[in-house]
Design a protein around this ligand. Structure first.
Ligand SMILES: [Zn+2]
Length: 457
């Protein structure tokens, strides 16, 4: 553990070294959140105009798009320009990734993979400015709960980057910044015991992670008669999937702090976060949220698809990006006094935890990541039956015709070990669920009574 003031300075130096003005942006956001809704709208207008100009001047893709639409991005009201532009789909991004980029972005461009919430893999790039603004937005929302930069943060998380961190420098840097990572992809009863000990020793100010993983950890702690005694904890931050009310209640009662939900993604950015008054505020300085039904804008209060424009994604602009997520804008102001507009995310991602016969829970992402990193996969669905065996349906595109069962097994076998049967099926399409989501990890074994000491979900 490092003194928080020192950890904060180390964080600042790291951001500067990476060429990110994160702390300056965090200061800006600290002020702007208290501005009136009109002033925030004006700020959006200025930033949107700059983004549209930039996209027209520096990316082939948007120059063409604006020309076809016949806009003068300097003269017209940027909100009018925005509303008249076609929306941006994942398949368009896949086909135009190079033409969408600003190759001279200061500090370079960094590729990312994501499955979004529809299970369709997507590769895109982010620049330093976007990274810094997303990071600054996160810092601001943590401050809402009294958790500042440099204070101890416990992550129950797993992503390809974090999971592969054999890189000792990275984990050393985390330690210096008072961040501790526990692997959410490996949740056996024995490991959860070790996690509890780590939690008690570390005494974090906040816990951050997938709600399903934190709830699983809490259920295990309760089953072992562990009592939560730390008064250091200020909040539990959850993200990445839907937070069920029963899981929220469980976590709030156990930790005796608020659970705050965050809506965002690697592709969309840091979009919205709950405040201590339990309203979800849009990071309106960084993003414009539209709600569409097809191409029709929906009035405040009506559900539709969340369509995003990231105001700081200059390296690879995301303008009217269709997320596939469902939400609605809300009217009125929050009692917390912030001028940031409100929204609701009606339906988050739908995934199940997977379970091994020895009782270990695997987060859905632990199998999603290795599959979506394969090129040539358009969509997929992983189904685990009650006997723990796995079936994977895969829709291939033209680049995926050379994919073999062996190649896929090579990627997913390490996730499940050798004991399970894994079947791979090539399919032409995958039906979405009634809610319109591709429920791409489904497990009937997650609630099996045998095998483990705790029952998930
Ligand atoms: Zn509020």
């Amino acid at each position: 553990m490092v003194n928080p003031i020192l950890a904060r300075s180390i964080f600042g130096l790291q951001e500067r070294w990476l060429g990110r003005s994160t702390l300056r942006y965090a200061k800006e956001l600290e002020w702007s959140q208290w501005e009136s809704p009109d002033a925030i709208r004006e700020l959006q207008r200025r930033k949107l105009r700059a983004l549209l100009n930039h996209a027209a001047n520096y990316t082939f893709f948007y120059r063409k798009r604006f020309q076809i639409a016949g806009f003068d991005v300097v003269a017209d009201d940027p909100f009018d320009v925005l509303r008249s532009l076609p929306t941006l789909t994942k398949s368009e991004i896949r086909g135009s990734i190079d033409a969408m980029q600003w190759h001279d972005a200061p500090g370079g461009l960094f590729p990312h993979n994501t499955g979004g919430s529809t299970g369709e893999p997507l590769t895109f790039c982010v620049d330093r400015r976007r990274q810094a603004y997303d990071q600054a937005a996160r810092i601001r929302t943590h401050r809402w709960f009294g958790v500042d930069i440099g204070e101890r943060e416990l992550y129950l998380w797993g992503s390809p980057i974090e999971r592969d961190r054999t890189d000792r420098l990275k984990s050393f840097r985390d330690r210096l910044c008072n961040q501790k990572l526990l692997d959410a992809f490996q949740m056996s009863p024995a490991r959860m015991d070790a996690y509890w000990n780590a939690y008690e020793r570390f005494r974090p100010r906040c816990v951050f992670g997938y709600p399903s993983s934190i709830a699983l950890f809490v259920r295990h702690a309760i089953s072992q008669n562990h009592k939560h005694r730390s008064n250091a904890l200020k909040a539990v931050f959850v993200t990445g999937e839907v937070c069920y009310p029963h899981d929220r209640k469980l976590m709030e009662e156990f930790f005796n702090v608020l659970v705050a939900d965050c809506y965002g993604s690697r592709d969309g950015g840091f979009i919205a976060h709950e405040c201590p008054d339990k309203k979800m505020h849009i990071t309106a300085e960084n993003a414009i949220v539209e709600i569409l039904n097809g191409n029709e804008p929906q009035p405040i209060g009506t559900e539709g698809e969340i369509v995003l424009t990231h105001l700081d994604a200059f390296g690879m602009p995301f303008i009217r990006y269709r997320t596939g997520d469902t939400g609605r804008l809300l009217s009125g102001r929050c009692s917390c006094g912030r001028g940031l507009p409100l929204m609701d995310v009606v339906q988050g991602r739908v995934t199940d935890l997977l379970r091994l016969p020895d009782g270990t829970f695997k987060h859905a992402l632990s199998v999603i990541y290795p599959i979506r990193e394969l090129s040539g996969v358009d969509q997929f669905r992983v189904t685990q039956s009650r006997d723990y065996n796995i079936a994977i349906d895969i829709v291939r595109n033209s680049q995926g015709l050379e994919l073999t069962h062996a190649r896929i097994l090579q990627r997913v076998r390490p996730v499940f070990g050798n004991g399970l049967d894994i079947k791979i099926n090539w399919v032409n399409s995958i039906e979405s669920t009634a809610s319109g989501k591709y429920c791409y990890v489904v497990s009937e074994a997650a609630n099996n009574e045998d095998g483990g000491s705790t029952v998930g979900r």
